[in-house]
Design a protein around this ligand. Structure first.
Ligand SMILES: [Zn+2]
Length: 312
């Protein structure tokens, strides 16, 4: 959907509200009190009324818009803009585009959308041959860490650690100068507090199917991976070879870093996961084209109110 189509399809608040209701009806409304799925629509109250217990919920209740005062059209515009570019929008840029007075609600809206992108991707496990490595992303230093002397490199307070996994299927019968070409599938990026095997192993178990084969370096963080997947191939990887042996995780890490640098300054560590959710969500749906708007709308109406962002 290009901008002209979007504007003609959603010219005003009532067209967006009607479309949002259409999405909700299609996905099914559930009563939070008795789990009943049959409701009357009360036009005068703009609410659903449970056929069994009579409790009402508003059109926004139990969706990504739960508790939001922003117009439906803001949400539609935000979803359109986020899904129509490979890059992203900062809250400040979105605020300018919408001409809204306050920064905070726009910031919160974008983070809620990024959270549901993450929730959506959590439902899927990676499978096949998987590249696995850690990435180190620059983030703002926490207040209580500021007075401590800065550590350098991997342990630096300014770097957040991220576990990165990418499906990377070797293509049979084809070789290039860089070795075996691989075809990338889905991608996951998970912010972690430390690099201990006890942290990493359960996360991999949660996100990767048992029949997988994992390629990684020979870090002690990965010593237990052989117990949870079909095969684990740890290897000593010289720094210069890393792009050949684990090509897709490294392309993904550098693209994600570039996207973050372009748009955001001083990301707080606690919000890094949300930005990575957006990056992975779009990467994993890179062939969806125009359907991406529709998919994110479905996710937006389907998720309950799990999104009360911590205010800064
Ligand atoms: Zn009910």
């Amino acid at each position: 959907m290009n901008l002209l189509n979007f504007v003609s399809q959603y010219p005003d608040e009532s067209s967006c509200r009607a479309k949002f209701k259409e999405y909700r009806d299609k996905q099914g409304v559930i009563c939070p009190h008795c789990r009943c799925t049959e409701h009357y629509w009360k036009q005068d109250k703009e609410s659903y009324e449970c056929k069994k217990c009579g409790k009402r919920q508003s059109l926004r209740a139990n969706t990504v818009m739960h508790g939001s005062q922003l117009p439906f059209r803001y949400w539609f515009i935000a979803i359109h803009l986020l899904t129509s570019t490979k890059k992203s929008f900062s809250a400040a840029e979105m605020q300018r585009q919408l001409g809204h007075t306050y920064y905070e609600p726009i910031w919160s809206m974008l983070h809620k959308l990024r959270q549901i992108m993450g929730k959506r991707d959590e439902q899927y496990s990676l499978s096949g041959v998987i590249e696995l490595d850690e990435g180190f992303f620059s983030t703002e230093t926490d207040e209580d860490e500021k007075d401590k002397p800065l550590k350098r490199g991997r342990g630096s307070q300014k770097k957040s650690k991220v576990l990165v996994m990418a499906e990377s299927q070797p293509l049979e019968g084809k070789t290039t100068k860089t070795g075996k070409p691989r075809q990338v599938g889905h991608l996951k990026m998970i912010v972690i507090n430390d690099l201990r095997a006890n942290t990493i192993t359960p996360l991999v178990k949660e996100n990767v199917s048992e029949a997988s084969i994992i390629d990684s370096d020979d870090s002690t963080s990965y010593v237990k991976l052989k117990d949870i997947v079909k095969e684990h191939h740890p290897q000593v990887i010289p720094k210069t070879e890393i792009g050949k042996i684990l090509p897709w995780v490294h392309i993904a890490i550098s693209n994600a870093k570039r996207m973050l640098l372009d748009i955001y300054h001083d990301i707080k560590p606690e919000y890094l996961q949300n930005y990575l959710n957006e990056f992975c969500y779009k990467f994993n749906r890179r062939y969806f084209g125009e359907n991406l708007f529709d998919r994110l709308m479905i996710a937006s109406v389907s998720y309950k109110n799990q999104f009360r962002c911590k205010t800064r």
